[in-house]
Design a protein around this ligand. Structure first.
Ligand code: IPM
Ligand code: MG
Length: 366
């Protein structure tokens, strides 16, 4: 028996392949470190639609509410592109985020030294990069009402609404300031206060929370378009970037690519503390379902494995064990282990998804 519970939702595409490697890591922590987990598994996304006609059943939603952490692989794929909007795979993911109220999405972008040459930017611009994007995840244009497509006269009109309340902005801001205090103590908040009222409110509330509660943290503001430009011009100027749901979606893909491969980037989505003191939490790699390489053993499991490291740190207060796992990943990369996404111009022989998982387990045990 253990008091640590996980719900694994491998999902679609390469999700099941990368999650199989995480299972090896979980097993290793159980046998070698005596840190065990009660693990259950369920369906989300297209596979849930195939089985149940919905991308997330009420039963799975209920299970997710009752575990310490959800580990999610990926959702979506070409087979589901023409489904009705309400049952698209992505709706399963968005329902989990919304109903668990996972408002703080942590997306670190760290450049591993062994991979600095894989970035599309010059080595000196990304070497040593370590930034954290705090993306608000439960509001904004992703969920705002009114929304929809309707008819006006003889043409159709598509509507989405960017809506933020003060309390939604304030709680995301607090998460960013708390993170900054444990890092380099800097927050840069990004919005479009030059054209959006919601951006003006965002800037005001962040400024107020800062003045009242976190005056020790260095705060700056930037328009999100300039932020995108600065991310590819001089990314090391940032420590924590605080931004809304839609800008965060875009800026985090941009930041992720700085590090060389989307296959490397983990994420944590956190909500309020539960009765046992642990936060509501879901962990997922930033990469998607990658239908082009699904089932070929080519996927890089590192993003998903590093997402489990984030679970160790943020859900289970096992920061030292998270570091142990991160060091093992860094170690195998330094040894030259490369999945297909990490092949440089000079080529080489890529290892498979499961070989990468095995190499990380071996490094942990070394
Ligand atoms: C992400 C993804 C999702 C999003 C999709 C799959 C709904 O792009 O997590 O960044 O837009 O939030
Ligand atoms: Mg995205």
């Amino acid at each position: 028996m253990t008091d640590r519970s996980l719900l694994i939702l491998p999902g679609d595409g390469i999700g099941p392949e990368v999650m199989a490697e995480v299972r090896k890591i979980i097993d290793w922590f159980g046998t070698a470190r005596g840190i065990s987990f009660t693990v259950s598994e369920g369906l989300v996304g297209g596979v849930a639609y195939d089985a149940h006609g919905t991308p997330l059943t009420d039963e799975t939603m209920e299970q997710a509410q009752n575990v310490d952490a959800v580990l999610l692989g990926a959702v979506g794929g070409p087979a589901y592109d023409n489904l009705d909007f309400s049952v698209k795979p992505e709706r399963g993911l968005l329902r989990l985020r919304k109903e668990m109220d996972l408002y703080a999405n942590l997306r670190p972008a760290q450049c591993f030294e062994a991979l600095a040459d894989f970035s599309s930017l010059k080595r000196e611009i990304v070497s040593g990069l370590d930034i954290m994007i705090l993306r608000e995840l439960t509001s904004g244009v992703y969920f705002g009402e009114p929304r929809g497509i309707h008819r006006e006269g003889n043409e159709r009109v598509g509507i989405n609404t960017q809506r933020y309340t003060e309390s939604e902005i304030a709680r995301a801001a607090r998460s960013a300031f708390e993170l900054a205090r444990r890092r380099s103590n800097k927050v840069c908040s990004m919005e479009k206060a030059n054209v959006m009222e919601s951006g003006i409110l965002w800037r005001d509330v962040v400024t107020e929370v800062h003045a009242a509660e976190y005056p020790d943290v260095e705060l700056s503001h930037m328009y999100a378009d300039n932020g995108a430009m600065q991310l590819v011009r001089a990314p090391k100027q940032f420590d924590v970037i605080l931004t809304d749901n839609l800008f965060g979606d875009i800026l985090s893909d941009c930041a992720a690519m700085l590090t060389g491969s989307l296959g490397m980037l983990p994420s944590a989505s956190l909500g309020a503390p539960m009765a046992n003191g642990r936060p509501k939490a879901m962990y997922e790699p930033v990469h998607g379902s990658a239908p082009d390489i699904t089932g070929q053993g080519k996927a890089n499991p590192i993003a998903c494995i590093l997402s489990f490291a984030m679970a160790l740190r943020y859900s289970f207060d096992l920061g030292d064990e998270a570091k142990r796992l991160e060091a093992a990943v860094e170690g195998v990369l330094a040894d030259g282990a490369r999945t297909a996404d990490l092949m440089g111009p000079e080529g080489g022989t890529p290892i498979s998804t499961s070989e990468m998982g095995d190499a990380i387990v071996a490094k942990l045990a070394a």
